[in-house]
Design a protein around this ligand. Sequence first.
Ligand SMILES: [Zn+2]
Length: 839
Amino acid sequence: MFQIRICTLLFLSSLLVLPAQQPKKLNSSEIYEAVQKLNVLASVLYIAAHPDDENTRLISYMSNEVKARTAYLSLTRGDGGQNLIGPEIRELLGVIRTQELLAARRVDGGKQRFSRANDFGYSKHPDETLEIWNKNKVLSDIVWTIRNFKPDIIINRFDHRSPGTTHGHHTSSAMLSVEAFDLANDASKYNTQLQLTETWQPKRLFFNTSWWFYGSEENFEKADKSNMLNFDIGVYYPTKGLSNNEVAALASSQHLCQGFGRLSQRGTQQEYIEFLKGDPLDNNNNIFAGIDTSWNRIKGGKAIGDILNKVESEFNFVNPASHLPQLLKAYKLIQTVENKHWKAVKTKELKAIIEACAGLYLEASSNTPNATPNSNITLNLEVLNRSSANISLASYKLSTLSNGISKNMEMSENQKLNFEEGIAIPANTNYTTPYWLNKKSTLGMYHVEEQELIGLPETPRAIFVDFNLNIEGTPITISKPVVYRYSQPDKGELYRPFEIIPEVSASIADKVFIFENDQQKEIEVTVKAGRDAIEGFVQMAYPNDWNVYPSKQKVEIANKGDIQKVVFTVIPPKNQSEGLITPMVNINGEFYTDELIEIDYVHIPYQTVLMPSESKVVRLNIEKRGNNIGYIEGAGDVVPESLRQIGYNVTIIKPEQISPENLTNFDAIVVGIRAYNVVEELKFKQRYLLDYVENGGNLVVQYNTNRGLKVDDLAPYDLKLSRDRVTDENALVRILEPNHPILNFPNKITIRDFEGWVQERGLYFPNEWSQEFTPLLASNDKGESSKEGSLLVAKYGKGNYIYTGLSFFREFPAGVSGAYRLFANLLSAGKEDNSNLKD
Ligand SMILES: [Zn+2]
């Protein structure tokens, strides 16, 4: 199920966008922009709930025009959404979206932060959101981010005063931000954080409003704007050759798994923020009013500003290295300032500028893309000074050793120094996997114990090299994580982060096995070696009433990276039952139970993720009629594979294959999710589908959204889609027509079949239908009216038309028994007397 997939969606052709893996070296314009930013001591924090919520126009404007340190705090990693570019969902989708946010920030110049909140899926109201999230922990994380990042200004994407009008996560992000604004400076709140950081009072809190929140552009036009500031976010940047809104579009276009690739815009455009809290504004449209954002902000800053403002005003684009003496003088002064926060921030920024001005090339690359703890690798170090400055390499220090390796070598202009170092990876080195996935999460929260990791976008790299240089007499240490550099004939030079992986990992390709009767199944386990010469055995953990044989199998793999497949026979119990099976690899008495998942797309760096290797096994009591199912794919779902698991013969029907002759071969036709939103040809083929029903066929249509339907006649009778949905997966389901054949044949459907559903009941239910339709089920979220459009059936001619917004596409991959039993009934509609069987 999880496999490497190369995304070929699009290559962004801009100087701003490098292949994500390549270490960035700044050109003259970029160095100049960095110097401009160095001379601004101001910080802005933008807060919302998901990857893609952030307004990149405003983040880019704050970062590139205002030159403020700007960060986006996304409370979640967006695990709950859908993936348009590959098979990853849930935690793995969160990993991709985390990296897409980092890619967006590389474009717009912002920084990225997160909380431990888990994106559990759609939520209608903040009350529900804050029940499922641990409100106190999420609030603690926002306070922690404010205390560390120390923003002068906080901008909320959403309105905290309008619960219920948008996703509950959205409103919650704004409500919690308003609370955190007051708590961050209160030393009695979340006081254990204060062992690691200090309290902080941001100056002002804003809401990034727009016409959208007013219902229409006309309403917004008329709105009182006396409490608002506005910015022209269409400004042009000659140093980039791009307008701010173009930069913003490039940044949003990094959200490829959400299909956010978009056209850029140019020209003047206004963006509004509404003042909510903090010091009153002045008359000058200045969000930082009352804060000196120059070097004069800090004690001892004036002397530094005098030097660095001169560098900026007299910047030498032809030879930036000519500024090194001034930059080094400023660097030494910064080391003496008392303000620890700005000292750390500006030291880091200035070091990067010095490195770029000198054209330094410092790289530590491994001879292998990954290694296990307790193994040896070889590092190649490349050290090069591409300026006439007087620079020497005093020493370098490998993070695996306590002492540096002394060199004391001149770095003459453009004379490369190369070193080779064998290093031993310590036995206690942590695996390279997202830190928030190390412990089992709950529906609402990730579990992270180490306070210092909370908020970080990714796991800090375990292996790095400190290069201790002497630049014109000033000692400066520049740290580089170890990378893996390689070439591919059709792609050129490529980079990957260097990864620490386990000695062995095991996986089962399918995450769910459905047993439709008591027949045993053979299940294949793939064991992969993380090092050479793996020897041991695999055994399976499984539920009590199930059986697996043989009890263990030998594993012997000679070479790192190779795999061995072993097959186990799994025997289900006689009665309905479900549980987990887990392969356990025993190497020298140590058990390895994780699967190593690789995520490889061109727009983000290569990722490895360790997840518990487990598959769900489900023994169903299920009856079926009819066997040949035709499937018309929509926006993408795994329903065909799921139906095959319970023994159906499923044929994918391409839009061009939809013809009267082809359709007659099937016992039922199923239309994939959102097919009427995404498949253009259905406009012309719909009549064949309806004719098929009229002639005795059975058509099952899954959910579509009500906007952008390709057909006028979704059904043979009037049917109006709405945004009605039931997001609580445990919401009570009421059976409206207990005697209807679809709820009785061939499986008797009861309330029990609605137990154990995941994520939601369903979405985009019709809310109006003609009398030919019979609604079979009703359900609703807390405090809402009864929704009866989740499953509608109608006789049409000799056949049956069924429309359902129930989320079968989510329940099947989770192995939910009742969903399979009910769907088998939908496919069996009209076959009570067996007269329509065609197999
Ligand atoms: Zn959102």
